[in-house]
Every structure is written in structure tokens, then in C-alpha cells.
Design a protein around this ligand. Structure first.
Ligand SMILES: *Cc1c(COP(=O)(O)O)cnc(C)c1O
Length: 357
């Protein structure tokens, strides 16, 4: 198999051991003599996986008993609707930090009164707004903790006078989180915790059931809490791989240890971007994401963009093209992206600079 360095934004690199376990389970799942995609989701072997996966979430993120973890289909984009359906009664506020935040806000607007409390849209979302005030009369305040496309990240669990809801699709399990500060944390698995097809919701249970609208059964989070994420058929294969991915996080020493690795990896790459005369970072330094590192050619060197792209490609770099809305480059260096890959990209940038001297 060809050796590549995978910087895809999602779906993306997963721990090799999780992939290997998935391959094994496609042959014979838990000694059942059947592939994991062919067993009943009501079997005891499958129930054991669900229980293990839920328990790992709770353990790795220190989730308090006030909260429950739910796994569903639909992606984070469906999560935007779950948020509004289950929590919006009078008014909701959103921190508009990127395209995903805007899409989340759009769903809420479709159901009621929702608006952007603060926004960095005027500078193409290259920073996280600060110094804004969160009105005390909101049903909830919604943040996108990591802006996958722009490479900015909210590095703290903010103090919020109203229930705080966070889309953590692209930084969940990458750093410790004080779950008790959130009414809900949700996201698609396909960036840090598994393959596409499963979406996680960590919900503060006593905040549900407060809206007056009719919530369709499948969109009601209470349905899925009551059903143990098996009200209907769960995405079994995605959950299986997510479980293996979480086992890997635990083996690495847990979220705290993975966070240290992520800080190291990001520092290696940002240091090179800041040192190298041919490249500049696009995100405000204090808001730089540990997960998605965005950069462009330095002023005066814009014409080298395609050449560098090809240069990097020839050296095994995959997925470093920036999102179409910002251009340039983006290296997604999620939990499972090895330090060697980050180093390989840095070497590539150095080599390219030498070549152009
Ligand atoms: C990828 C992403 C989404 C969309 O996820 P889907 O599962 O494809 O709907 C939403 N929010 C953020 C922050 C993302 O990175």
C-alpha cells in the first residue's frame, strides 16, 4: 500500500488499530461467526458494544450524571435542527464564527427567533469574537468550538449566563472539556472520533422537555435517551469503529495526554509557518486551531501556490488544499494524525523554500 500523509478535513485519518479492528470485525464479530454489519442490533454482543462505547465517552470526558450520551445518524448538520427543535422557545443567540455556525443559525431561524450575538464574518472568520455580552434572556447560546474551515478555535469553556450549546464536531476529544458547563455538546464523529455516519449528543437531561412545540418523534432527543440510542436501528458499523477509536484514546493516556500531543503537533507546524518566508497563517494567532491549520502563500509568492501543492503531493501529502471558500492550504491534524506526518509536511515546506532561494 502507498505511504501517504493524510491531512483530510473529514472523513480523515483514524487510528490504524481502530481500522484493523474494523477489518477483523467485518470477518467475524465477537465470535458470532458473522460480520458486525450482519448481526442484530438487539443481540447481546451488540448491546455490549453500545454499553462500552457510552461508558468510554463518559469516562474520557468526565461526563457528569446530569448528562446523557446519545448516538444518532444525520450528521452534525441534522444536529443544527435538533438544537433548535429541542431548546428554542423564545429566543436563541449564536456566535457566528464560520460557515458551520451560520448553517446552525439558519436552522434556528427557520423555527423561531434566533440571531448572531457576535460575528467575525466581515474578516472572513479569521478570529473568534471577544468582549460581546450574552443576553440573559436567551433560551441558549450556541458556539462552534472549532471552525474547521477557517482554522480558529475557542480554547476555553466559556462562562455563560444561559444554557450553552456547542458544536464540537472537529475538536471533540482533542482537549479536556468541562462538560458541566454545557447544556449540550454535539457533532459528527468523522473528524476526531470515528467514521462518518454517527453523530454524538451529550445532553443535560433536565433541560429537555421545556419547549411548547410538538417535536417529531425522531427529532426529540428524549426519544433517543429513553431508547438508549436504539429507538431505531443505530449506525452499527460507525459506532463500532467509534468505540475502537475511543479505546485508542484511552490507551494513549486519555484526553489530557492526547491534548498534549495535539499541542506539540500544532506547534511544530505553526512554528514553521511563522518561520518560513514563503507562507503565512490566516487565523489570528491567539485563536489558532490545534486541529485545522490554515495557511496561504506569503504576499509576493502567490504564484507558487499550485507548484507547492504539486511538490507536496509528490511527497505523499494528501488533503492539504484549503476549503474552496478560503483557498490556500489547510492541514487537518486531528488526534490520529501522527507527529511524523506533521514533520513530513514541515520538511516539505522547508525543502520548497530552499528550492526557491
Ligand atoms: C464537518 C462539520 C459539520 C458538518 O458535519 P456533517 O456531519 O457533515 O453534517 C458541522 N460542524 C462542524 C464544526 C464541522 O466541522
Amino acid at each position: 500500500m502507498k505511504k501517504v500523509h493524510n491531512f483530510n478535513a473529514g472523513p480523515c485519518v483514524l487510528p490504524q488499530q481502530a481500522v484493523d479492528k474494523a477489518i477483523e470485525a467485518l470477518k467475524d464479530f465477537a465470535g458470532t461467526g458473522m460480520p458486525v454489519i450482519c448481526v442484530s442490533h438487539r443481540s447481546k454482543e451488540w448491546s455490549a458494544i453500545m454499553d462500552e462505547c457510552r461508558a468510554l465517552w463518559k469516562e474520557l470526558l468526565n461526563i457528569p450524571d446530569t448528562h446523557e450520551v446519545v448516538f444518532l445518524g444525520g450528521g452534525a448538520s441534522m444536529g443544527f435542527l435538533y438544537v433548535a427543535m429541542n431548546f428554542l422557545e423564545n429566543k436563541a443567540g449564536y456566535l457566528e464564527t464560520g460557515v458551520w455556525a451560520k448553517k446552525a443559525l439558519k436552522e434556528a431561524k427557520g423555527l423561531g427567533n434566533a440571531y448572531a450575538v457576535a460575528s467575525s464574518a466581515e474578516t472572513t472568520f479569521n478570529y473568534i469574537p471577544k468582549g460581546y455580552e450574552i443576553p440573559a434572556d436567551l433560551d441558549y447560546f450556541h458556539v462552534t468550538t472549532n471552525n474547521t474551515i477557517y482554522g480558529t478555535e475557542l480554547h476555553e469553556d466559556i462562562d455563560c449566563p444561559v444554557p450553552l450549546i456547542a458544536d464540537m464536531s472537529s475538536d471533540i476529544m482533542s482537549r479536556p472539556v468541562d462538560v458541566s458547563k454545557y447544556a449540550m455538546i454535539y457533532g459528527g464523529a468523522q473528524k476526531n472520533v470515528g467514521p462518518a455516519g454517527v453523530t454524538f449528543f451529550i445532553v443535560k437531561k433536565d433541560l429537555l422537555g421545556k419547549v411548547s412545540r410538538y417535536i417529531p418523534t425522531m427529532l426529540n432527543l428524549q426519544t433517543h435517551i429513553d431508547g438508549g440510542s436504539m429507538f431505531n436501528t443505530p449506525p452499527v458499523f460507525s459506532i463500532f469503529v467509534m468505540n475502537e477509536t475511543l479505546k485508542w484514546v484511552k490507551e494513549m493516556g486519555g484526553v489530557e495526554a492526547v491534548y498534549k500531543m495535539n499541542q506539540e503537533k500544532a506547534a511544530i507546524l505553526y512554528d514553521e509557518i511563522d518561520r518560513n518566508s514563503l507562507f503565512v497563517g490566516t487565523a489570528a494567532k491567539e485563536d489558532r486551531s490545534l486541529m485545522n491549520v490554515c495557511f496561504v502563500m506569503a504576499p509576493g509568492h502567490e504564484d507558487l501556490q499550485d507548484e507547492f501543492m504539486n511538490f507536496a503531493k509528490e511527497r505523499g501529502m494528501v488533503g492539504i488544499k484549503g476549503h474552496r471558500s478560503v483557498g490556500g492550504f489547510r492541514a487537518s491534524i486531528y488526534n490520529a494524525c501522527p507527529k511524523e506526518s506533521v514533520q513530513a509536511l514541515v520538511d516539505c515546506m522547508k525543502e520548497f523554500e530552499d528550492l526557491k532561494k
